[in-house]
Design a protein around this ligand. Structure first.
Ligand code: MN
Length: 135
């Protein structure tokens, strides 16, 4: 049996965190939970997860600052990060991508499509890893 894929979820809203954990757990994905940047740093210190779901509105260090911090770590430059945000304003997606995120999932979480969105982000990350040997 291969190791289950692991996703670090950084989210300060407890209800969202529980919902995301429930949905990913049902899909056979292992979930690491962090409620702020400090908890996220602690979990990233060991070995990186397969993907990070990052709430952009966090208390203290916000999501974009934490993404910048992660990207500045040579070991984590290619760690897939998907922004999780209630911001639906035009331009936000571009701002998050420019800030180092690989994708974007809007909140409130759409229970019908969430796991599929995450699976396709994991698939894209796997494809990059397999094809990115010389990149
Ligand atoms: Mn938040």
């Amino acid at each position: 049996m291969p190791e289950p894929e692991t996703i670090l979820v950084v989210e300060d809203n407890e209800q969202n965190l529980e919902l995301v954990e429930f949905l990913l757990d049902e899909a056979g994905i292992r979930v690491w939970k962090a409620r702020d940047a400090e908890e996220a740093r602690a979990l990233l210190g060991d070995r990186p997860p397969d993907l990070v779901l990052m709430d952009m509105q966090l208390p203290g260090t916000d999501g974009l600052s934490l993404v910048a911090e992660i990207r500045s770590n040579p070991a984590l430059t290619s760690l897939p990060i998907i922004a999780l945000t209630a911001h639906a304003m035009r331009g936000d997606r571009e701002r998050f991508i420019a800030g180092g995120c690989d994708g974007y999932i809007a909140k409130p979480i759409n229970v019908a499509s969430f796991v599929e969105e995450v699976q396709s982000a994991l698939q894209a990350a796997r494809t990059r890893r397999l094809g990115g040997g010389s990149a």
